[in-house]
Design a protein around this ligand. Sequence first.
Ligand code: B12
Length: 232
Amino acid sequence: MTADIVLSELTTDDLWVLLQEDLYDGLNEEVVAEVQEALARGEHPQTVLQKGLIAGMDVVSADFRNGVIFVPEVLVAANAMKAGLDVLRPYLSRSESPPIGTVVIGTVRGDIHDIGKNIVAMMLEGAGFEVINLGKNVTVEDFTRAVKAHNAHILGMSALLTTSMPYMKEVIDALAAQGLRERVIVLVGGAPLNEVYAREFGADAYCRDAYEAVHTARRLLHIRLRGDHESG
Ligand code: B12
């Protein structure tokens, strides 16, 4: 019960705890108000994301893994996460300069987990990339079509299930078959993945989180553009 709590009277540390708890309980309105309160205090949007929303989702993940909560509770928490992210989106994706590159991103077919992928998309936008977010349950055809249509520099694929993860290889193989593989940097992410799988599937890099995604996207694009410049 958070109705009697006056947010402005809380310390910032208590505000993070409340935000995490309300996210866990799926209290969308409270989560929105707490994110707004943190921003009004001058907290950096990435701090709000990390200390409030992601920290709350970490508890959800742990309790789901340990059988304390089940899919319905996770879904409710995920909705609250989404409500909080909607408030943060304009702050995280604000960029005044022209795009530094184009990214096509999506969660692979058979998989509807999109929270992490959406965070990566927002952070890439914030870093100055143009991002085409294809959503979740994305097919080989939709990925390859979008890479071609947008002349993407980077393709990002997300998978949270061990069963959906191998689909990444199908997408990468299709890119190769269509002569597009050399043109695009492929980044992959999601809980079950690691460097070894990424290499096995033919991706250029695995990124543990959104920060690493931004850093890797910038680094590999820089190397790619420098190479193009030198060979052209
Ligand atoms: C939330 C959640 C759900 C929600 C999803 C809501 C949504 N809109 O996304 C709901 C309730 C729908 C759900 C459903 C299911 N889930 Co679920 N879910 C989770 C949970 C608890 C959290 C995932 C999450 O959002 N994490 C928070 C975000 C911020 O982290 P993240 O996704 O890892 O993203 C970060 C990085 O991975 C990386 N990243 C992610 N994507 C990308 C992409 C690129 C390009 C890059 C560079 C980086 C990158 O950066 C992100 C930000 O930092 C995980 C537990 C876990 N440990 O992951 C289980 C989990 C993924 N789910 C699991 C399961 C089994 C299921 C179901 C099959 C359950 C069921 N019986 O129905 C269904 C599957 C439905 C389907 N077909 O997809 C298992 C998967 C097990 C496995 N190894 O395959 C997990 C691991 C839980 C568990 N321990 O059992 N789930």
